[in-house]
Design a binder for this molecule. Structure first.
Ligand code: UDP
Length: 249
């Protein structure tokens, strides 16, 4: 079996990924499978940090559209990530993986506050760390939190687990001629507004030359494949390694 090519990874898991086929909330089977996969790569000796989203419970923009003040709505969104983090922590600990839940918003009874050096120490001690609470600030996303934390902990790569195979030239659901790009530059992602992550998150990765791998979490085994450097999904880096785009199958 292939060996890991990264020593330390930051895995971004969106709230939506935890929903499974449900319209809302957490699907225990889905969270169990993701936990299995995280436990697997952790077992390969990879240091794993994860940032959890909250969109399966509440999104600030949507809540604000229904009349809640935006900052309050974003606070609600950040709290949603804590709920997801607690579920993921439970699933991982059931698999005997030592974890630490670390929140950008202090909640001492249930998670640790974010202290960078302490987080790094947990990784060195082979604990999986789960970052919740986003950046701790409204008007940001958990993608930005993932870019921020990945840089802070000196991760080798940001693994963005999504529901699609990678980055497409346009929305494959709307455009038949959409093509998947196995490789693209940060600049291309920003200029062409390709839906990798929000612009703030991509810029932060670009400025610090942190590669981003976008891949499909719905395919079992893909976290291991991404960690082992297999050619799945799309790699966003300083320069694209190939201009060829894959046909959508
Ligand atoms: N959020 C925020 N600041 C952050 C991260 C998240 O205010 O730094 C809020 C925001 O309202 C967002 C919600 O938390 O809509 C859930 O996060 P996100 O939408 O990024 O989750 P995902 O799409 O990954 O499930």
């Amino acid at each position: 079996m292939a060996a890991p090519v990264y020593k330390r990874v930051l895995l971004k898991v969106s709230g939506e990924a935890l929903m499974g086929d449900r319209p809302f909330g957490i699907d225990p089977e889905r969270i169990a499978r993701i936990a299995d996969e995280i436990a697997e790569v952790h077992g390969l000796g990879v240091e794993v940090a994860s940032v959890l989203g909250g969109g399966n419970i509440i999104r600030g923009v949507t809540a604000a559209a229904s009349g809640i003040e935006r900052v309050a709505a974003d606070h609600m969104g950040m709290l949603a990530t804590v709920i997801n983090g607690l579920a993921m922590q439970d699933a991982l600990e059931k698999r005997r993986v030592a974890t630490r839940l670390i929140s950008a918003i202090e909640m001492r009874e249930i998670c640790e506050p974010f202290i960078r050096r302490r987080a790094m120490r947990h990784l060195e001690k082979k604990r999986v760390i789960l970052f919740v609470g986003g950046t701790g600030n409204p008007y940001f996303t958990t993608d930005s939190a993932a870019a921020l934390r990945a840089n802070e902990i000196h991760a080798d790569i940001l693994l963005k687990a999504t529901k699609v195979d990678g980055v497409y030239t346009s929305d494959p659901k709307l455009h038949k001629d959409a093509r998947m790009l196995p490789s693209l530059s940060y600049q291309q992602a920003l200029e062409e507004n390709l839906r990798v992550m929000d612009a703030a998150a991509i810029s932060l990765c670009r400025d610090n030359r942190l590669p981003i791998k976008v891949f499909n979490l719905l395919v079992p085994g893909n976290i291991r494949r991404a960690v082992c450097g297999e050619e799945i999904g799309s790699l966003v880096a300083e320069t694209a390694f190939a201009t060829a785009a894959k046909e959508v199958s």
